[in-house]
Design a binder for this molecule. Structure first.
Ligand code: PMP
Length: 428
């Protein structure tokens, strides 16, 4: 495939946009080469500026669960745009989508809409701190909750009690309030709680992790977290920015039957427009301004175009009860196909999957946390990525990302992907 025009556009972009991109992973730094510039997309396919067609396994990092330019979503946005694009005043559609989300997701009474997953998680933590009147938070190494200061902390070697900022600009003062635990390791959480008695406001987690590749919670892990939080008056925040409205109507709470105190959303809930949200039961949500003292606001929050896209998307997911099974079945088919061709070619690998989230780790050991994810062979991943791209299949340009399937994918697309994988595997 030829990517001449993409490379030209990338050179031009680099002159006026830092690194040529508005979000770092798009720059292909982890895999090398120039990023692909998109012209348009429809269903399961991306069409780039050089005229190439790619089968898309990113789907805008999750939102396009029904495929690109899905007609009811596009129509809803166009209809709304004709009536004005922003008012900074209440509109009825905000209540419509809120009511639908509250019906679909267990254990929440009220929801507030924001403009991104970052904002949702940042606001959820502020609310947890305001509600509990405690300062510290526990997060897990390898989990990503957006680029707000308190989340840009990752584990150093060994057990780290106080976080270390890993982005310049995050102050030591902020970092010291973020404690790091190990994913799928309840003991690491219990230890932090024991060392910080009555100081921890919340535990925030990706209940199925997607930001170190896909990593499912091990049996009993989420239940154990729930218990630890209950015993210590700590709020449990499920960051369902990736998993919400993707793994089940009610997200991970429904799938694993574990209740969270606060849930955050992004991606699918906005139908591809910039939307995030956070939700909880009434006693917690009533702490928010204007009812309560915890301040949170947004000029474009509840934006009519974003709400129209989100409502069209949720309506379809709510009405089509088979969609999550259909997505999981397609992903399982892909999983089996990829495992078969990689094994036949003696490529060391581990595939992790939950529902329609899947990732291939070029690793011998099971991948259960950040440390084991980091053991995977990145050189093999790079070759795999570029090999798949050359075959017309677009997967995440980093080993620490998950692939998201959309329902527009046909079994023919999946067979083409497995065939591509077979060809690539023979050269790995
Ligand atoms: N939480 C999770 C689990 C995410 O995966 C992401 C983004 N990938 C975020 C939060 C941040 O969302 P956004 O990029 O919309 O700010």
């Amino acid at each position: 495939m030829i990517y001449k025009r993409s490379s030209q556009l990338f050179s031009e972009a680099q002159k006026v946009i830092p690194g040529g991109v508005n979000s770092p992973v798009r720059a292909f730094k982890a895999v090398g080469g120039d990023p692909i510039f998109v012209e348009k997309a429809k269903g399961a396919y991306l069409f780039d500026v050089d005229g190439n067609r790619l089968i898309d396994y990113i789907n805008s990092w999750g939102p396009m669960i029904l495929g690109h330019a899905h007609e009811p979503v596009v129509k809803a946005v166009i209809d709304k745009a004709e009536k004005g694009t922003s008012f900074g005043m209440p509109t009825a559609i905000e209540t419509d989508i809120a009511a639908m989300a509250v019906r679909m997701v267990p254990n929440i009474d009220k929801i507030r809409f924001v403009n991104s997953g970052t904002e949702a998680c940042m606001s959820a933590v502020r609310l947890a701190r305001g509600f509990t009147r405690k300062d510290k938070i526990i997060k897990f190494a390898g989990c990503y909750h957006g680029h707000s200061d308190s989340f840009l902390i990752e584990a150093g070697s060994g057990a780290v009690t106080f976080g270390v900022p890993n982005s310049p600009g995050v102050t030591e003062g902020t970092a010291k309030d973020t404690l790091l635990a190990t994913y799928n390791d309840l003991k690491s959480v219990a230890q932090l709680i024991a060392e910080n008695v009555d100081e921890i406001a919340c535990v925030i987690i990706e209940p199925v992790a997607g930001n170190m590749g896909c990593i499912p919670p091990t049996e009993g892990f989420l239940e154990g977290l729930r218990k630890l939080c209950d015993e210590n008056e700590i709020l449990l925040i499920f960051d369902e920015v990736m998993t919400g409205f993707r793994l089940a109507k009610g997200g991970v709470q429904e799938l694993y039957r574990v209740n969270a105190d606060i849930v955050t959303f992004g991606k699918v809930i906005g139908g591809g427009l910039p939307v995030g949200a956070f939700a909880a039961r009434e006693e917690i949500m009533n702490h928010l301004a204007p009812l309560g003292p915890v301040y949170q606001a947004g000029t474009l929050s509840g934006n009519p175009l974003a709400m129209a896209a989100g409502l069209a998307m949720l309506t379809e997911l709510n009405e089509n009860s088979k969609i999550f099974e259909s997505l999981a079945a397609k992903t399982e088919y892909l999983h089996k196909g990829i495992t078969k061709v990689l094994s036949e070619n003696n490529v060391i690998h581990t595939v992790n999957r939950v529902g329609s989230m899947i990732s291939v780790h070029f690793s011998e050991t099971p991948v259960t946390d950040f440390k084991t994810a980091a053991l995977a062979n990145n050189d093999t991943f790079k070759k795999f990525f570029h090999g798949m791209l050359a075959e017309g299949v677009y997967i995440a340009p980093s080993a620490f990302e998950t692939w998201f399937l959309c329902d527009a994918l046909t079994y023919d697309d999946l067979d083409q992907t497995i065939l591509a994988c077979k060809k690539v595997a023979s050269n790995l």
